[in-house]
Ligand binder design. Structure first.
Ligand SMILES: Nc1ncnc2c1ncn2[C@@H]1O[C@H](COP(=O)(O)OP(=O)(O)OP(=O)(O)O)[C@@H](O)[C@H]1O
Length: 303
């Protein structure tokens, strides 16, 4: 005869989302105040290594301010921004200058308004982006630039890298044209190529699809997916174009008035009533009503 004793085991396993397991960037309790205005309010989120993370929200939600804190243009009033390289090296971005954030932590960014050297050629724009490794190879001297073999080697590597990104972004045939002569969509791609020439650990793109037509927008999606897939570069993206956000993001963080209101997969965020309410511009008190309406719509459409 055998006795089986039932033992109640409380197995409460917290399943962490994939982006929290190996984050390239951890934003922890960040505040940014401009006088009486709280542009970023106790913001915490993680961006997973190798992920495309989108930061979205209505106009004035604080998205660009978050980018400016990450890239050192602003010092956050409070909070921590931890960037971790795949090698294990980590950097507290809020303690670093913008120059060191791009050179050491290797965070690259593009801007809402294109900022290229429009009088320089497309190729020159990509070589200027690699100024740091070139100057290091020169030993910071004119003699180094003129004679050191290390400099010649570094110059060759810089040209090869520029060619690689010209090819990837479909700009090879325009390499000798002034950047300012390129059509708008091509200038946007050149900005991304320039950022990629710095070999970033994290690529921050501020509204890369702004002003693009649907064909250019689809090309941008393909380029970003390729950067994620082939280069394994982590991307943090501010974007208003929901077709881009929903199609290519692994993870979406939503801000409203500087506060995080949703954080999850694209489909979870898309169906979050708070997000819908924020985008429709309804007040907090109306969120419940929107939720009820959504439930009704879902019930009606379910056979
Ligand atoms: N340097 C500054 N001084 C004062 N207020 C600022 C400054 N920078 C941003 N703000 C304010 O912070 C708030 C958030 O602005 P931010 O540009 O970060 O929003 P956003 O989500 O990027 O908006 P958009 O989608 O329109 O670009 C806004 O109210 C803005 O006016």
């Amino acid at each position: 005869m055998s006795f089986i004793t039932e033992v109640e085991v409380d197995v409460t396993v917290d399943i962490l989302p994939s982006w929290a397991l190996d984050p390239v960037l951890s934003v922890e309790h960040v505040f940014m105040r401009f006088g009486g205005l709280v542009a970023v309010n106790d913001l915490s989120f993680t961006a997973g290594r190798g992920d495309i993370t989108a930061l979205i929200g209505p106009n004035g939600a604080g998205k660009t301010t978050v980018f400016n804190c990450i890239t050192g243009f602003y010092k956050p009033t409070q909070g921590m921004l931890l960037l971790k390289h795949g090698s294990g090296d980590s950097y507290l971005l809020e303690r670093m200058t913008d120059f060191r954030i791009s050179a050491k932590a290797r965070v690259a960014r593009t801007f809402q308004n294109i900022r290229l050297f429009s009088g320089m050629t497309v190729l020159e724009n990509l070589l200027v982006a690699q100024h740091n490794p070139l100057m290091l190879a020169s030993g910071m001297t004119i003699l180094g630039v003129l004679g050191l073999p290390g400099y010649k080697r570094a110059e060759k590597v810089a040209i090869e890298r520029a060619k690689y990104w010209l090819d990837k972004t479909g700009l090879y045939s325009r390499a000798d044209d002034p950047a300012g002569d390129l059509p708008y969509g091509a200038q946007r791609r050149l900005e991304i190529a320039r950022a990629m020439c710095t070999g970033p650990e994290l690529l921050c793109l501020d509204e890369p699809a702004a002003g693009l037509n649907p064909r250019e927008s689809a090309e941008l999606n393909a380029l970003l997916l390729d950067i994620r897939g082939t280069e394994k570069t982590s991307i943090l993206l501010i974007e208003h174009d929901m077709s881009v956000v929903m199609e290519i993001s692994d993870h979406v963080v939503v801000l409203e008035y500087g506060t995080k209101i949703s954080d999850g997969t694209p489909s979870a965020v898309r169906n979050d009533p708070r997000v819908i309410a924020a985008y429709l511009g309804v007040d907090d008190e109306e969120v419940e009503k929107v939720e009820e309406q959504l439930d009704e719509i879902i019930a009606e459409s379910t056979p």
